[in-house]
Design a protein around this ligand. Structure first.
Ligand code: GLA
Length: 741
């Protein structure tokens, strides 16, 4: 890993053994983007990557010089107004109304390690040897503004982490209308744009389209990263597959309104930009103030989308989530939500906990309904004190009883929200986001607290610490069940209203930061009506996220497969729930429910006290099995084998291989049975072709090369005469464990 600057050639080369990223200082002082891809060797110079072009019908920067137009340059951080007509990375409105900017190279620094981003989550290293950062200062002399572009490289991963700081060194006040975290101009447009889109209960479905001239984008204006579009996009070549071909991914480490945009120009150059959504955003930057953008990660793979995903998985696991949770095992949990909803008392909770304990479950999570007068979703949010009618001994009482059974205890909270029917709202009716002269829309009968205000965050922090200070709590599920409407803050002046959404998310990050500092051993799981805020911004604080409210095993195949494009399976909350399933009323066997949930953080969310002996004994075995393979599942490398988004979508398969390739676990799933199917096989990936492996349903060891190049031979499920065949019928699944011998 290194960052080199060649003074004579005016070139920066950031590289490690997998990747090169080359930036040049163009003749007008702007930065040119020269290369992102496989590691380059040998001398580098500008003429290898760009040439002057004298083209007709083109504006040029210098009088008498028909060779240099920004419209023809591939750039690092473009602006609008001087010969480039494409979408800019930055837009600053000045006192006289002008938006012309001209940021030119001034200085740079190469730093060992990675400085944190003020107030924002970002990738981090505990040892400065694990990263190198390049900071390039660009200055607009007319405006007295300094723009610092930051780039970090890590030793073993083909990624660059980018962010931007803008400092107002002069006396004038500016309005920043747009300030992207990342912009990059790729040489061509022969790419397919792949996004993760959906909605509540069907989050992160894979969608791909070929790039076309003009702009294509995804984003959010909801105040959260959203279930509709995840802040991730991948470009892949048409011929790219799981384990072959080029792919580029961008992931934004941010949980609020975002934009990810691709623009193809008439030469086929593709500009990707990513950052805070400029729609509705503006930031008032006074003299001496600094604005910090979120971080965006760009990753490259020359060997398929599988390695691209594994790069993000490793990056998030090693350099984003809290260090403690990189190694500590994630507990198998029981959550009472789908078992009881709001309708529980201490006796019910304790009987659920007792059954869970007898099955080997390690953590009891008390979900919504334990506080204030929360008996349905019209009440309670904001009153973060225990409802003693339900829990007479308080949270301390129930937590201690569960701890004394030998299980850990966890709690659900939704700190950003309020119901009107609460003491909290009566005391602070003016703390909502909204315009007092207009209607306040609701969602699930709740309103959004104005987290852009420090006093609001402080008040919630004080209430929560009163609950958490004296109670043995090991886990918190932090939920967020609605998006922001009527975006207006009574505490912001007119010129600062455009700051609300960003200030809101900074308030959320601030509360997370304060709670984590105070309770460093609590495991946080983020949630937003399921996976409505599943993003790297929150993974920085909460290493796991409730993937979806949809707990049906069949539906989860697409959701977990799509999510795995960028997020590690150790971050995906996945529970076995009851049948008929509460979201789709499907009756999938307990086996497939477990087999799907294993590939996540694993837990249960159903009433264990009403299950049959047979079901209890199957669950006991599932818990035992998961504990045995937990470390492999959470620390291994994830390989996708069959996609639920391709062919008929009837089969899905994936596997996890230990980093040393000595162990693996494979999951195969089939939705509907096939009549009279012939023999078929499942090709594995990621093993060592030269090693011999013992595979769970085979007597003799099989070589890695046979498992990968021929595959596991499978008997079709019988649908006819052989009624004893345990693999018959719909909703089939198989799990293989594999060990090198
Ligand atoms: C959201 C969450 C669920 C559950 C409920 C409680 O919908 O996604 O898991 O916690 O809220 O109200």
């Amino acid at each position: 890993m290194k960052v080199e600057y060649n003074e004579e050639k005016k070139l920066f080369h950031l590289y490690n053994k997998h990747l090169s990223y080359v930036i040049g200082i163009l003749r007008n002082g702007h930065l040119g983007h020269f290369y992102l891809g496989k590691r380059l060797y040998g001398p580098l110079s500008e003429d290898l990557f760009r040439r002057d072009q004298g083209r007709a019908a083109m504006p040029y920067v210098y009088e008498g010089d028909m060779g240099f137009s920004l419209n023809l340059e591939r750039q690092e951080y473009p602006s609008y107004g001087t010969t480039d007509f494409r979408s800019p990375a930055i837009d600053i409105i000045q006192k006289k109304g002008s938006r012309i900017v001209d940021f030119k190279y001034d200085l740079h620094r190469i730093i060992q390690g990675k400085p944190p981003l003020e107030g924002l989550p970002s990738t981090r290293v505990s040892n400065t040897k694990d990263a190198m950062t390049l900071e390039i200062d660009l200055v607009d002399m007319v405006l007295d503004l300094k723009l610092t572009l930051c780039y970090t490289v890590f030793p073993d991963l083909p990624v660059v982490a980018r962010s931007v700081r803008l400092e107002n060194m002069g006396l004038e006040t500016f309005n920043i209308d747009r300030i992207m975290s990342l912009s990059i101009d790729l040489f061509d447009d022969n790419w397919e744009w792949t996004q993760l889109s959906g909605d509540w209960a069907r989050e992160r479905y894979l969608r791909s389209v070929a790039l076309r001239p003009g702009i294509q984008s995804i984003g959010s204006l909801r105040g959260a990263s959203s279930a509709q579009h995840n802040p991730f996009v991948m470009l892949k070549r048409p011929e790219t597959r799981e384990e072959s071909g080029e792919a580029i991914g961008i992931s934004l480490v941010y949980s609020g309104n975002f934009l990810l945009q691709g623009e193809v120009n008439s030469d086929g150059v593709t500009r990707l930009i990513s950052g805070i959504n400029p729609e509705g955003f503006s930031w008032n930057l006074k003299s001496k103030e600094v604005f910090q953008t979120p971080e965006a990660i760009i990753a490259y793979s020359g060997n398929g989308i599988g390695p691209l995903s594994r790069t993000f998985h490793d990056l998030f696991h090693l350099y984003l989530i809290p260090e403690k949770w990189q190694k500590s095992p994630r507990p198998v949990l029981i959550n009472n939500w789908e078992a009881t909803y709001f309708n529980f008392n201490e006796e019910k909770i304790l009987s659920l906990a007792k059954s869970a304990k007898s099955l080997g479950i390690e953590l009891f999570v008390l979900d919504d309904g334990w506080f204030g007068s929360r008996n349905n979703d019209t009440q309670g949010l904001g009153d973060w004190f225990v409802n003693t009618k339900k829990l007479p001994g308080g949270i301390a009482g129930i937590a201690e009883k569960i701890e004394s059974m030998g299980m850990k205890f966890g709690l659900w909270i939704e700190p950003e929200m309020v119901n009107k029917d609460t003491e909290f709202f009566k005391c602070h009716p003016d703390w909502l986001i909204g315009d007092p002269k207009r209607t306040y829309s609701h969602q699930r009968n709740q309103y959004v607290l104005d987290f852009s205000r420090k006093e609001v965050v402080d008040a919630i922090f004080d209430q929560l610490t009163k609950v958490l200070d004296d109670v043995p709590i090991s886990y918190i599920k932090w939920d967020m069940n609605r998006n922001i409407t009527e975006p207006f803050s009574s505490s912001l002046t007119a010129e600062k209203q455009g700051e609300l959404f960003h200030r809101y998310i900074l308030g959320v990050y601030n509360l997370y930061e304060r709670l984590i500092n105070r309770y460093p051993d609590i495991l946080f799981e983020s949630c937003a009506s399921g996976g409505g805020r599943f993003d790297p911004g929150l993974l920085y604080y909460a290493p796991q996220t409730w993937t979806s409210d949809n707990t049906d095993a069949i539906e989860r195949l697409k959701i977990q497969y799509g999510t795995s494009m960028v997020y590690p399976i150790s971050s995906m909350g996945s529970h076995v729930s009851a049948v008929p399933n509460h979201q789709v009323l499907r009756e999938a066997p307990l086996k497939i429910r477990g087999d799907v949930a294993y590939f996540g953080t694993f837990g249960y969310e159903l009433d264990l006290t009403i299950l049959s002996e047979e079901e209890m004994s199957e669950i006991r075995k599932q818990v035992e099995f998961f504990k045995e393979y937990r470390s492999l599942i959470h620390h291994g490398s994830f390989y996708r084998l069959l996609s639920p988004f391709e062919n008929s979508g009837n089969e899905t398969a994936w596997m996890v291989v230990s980093k040393d390739r000595s162990e693996a676990i494979v999951g195969w799933y089939q939705i509907l049975a096939n009549a009279n199917r012939g023999l078929f096989k499942l090709k594995l990936t990621g093993l060592d072709s030269k090693k011999m492996y013992q595979i769970s349903d085979h007597k003799e060891p099989i070589s890695g090369s046979i498992l990968m190049d021929f595959g596991i031979l499978m008997n079709p499920a019988h649908t006819g005469l052989d009624l004893d065949n345990s693999y018959g019928g719909d909703y089939q699944s198989r799990i293989w464990t594999i060990k090198a011998v």
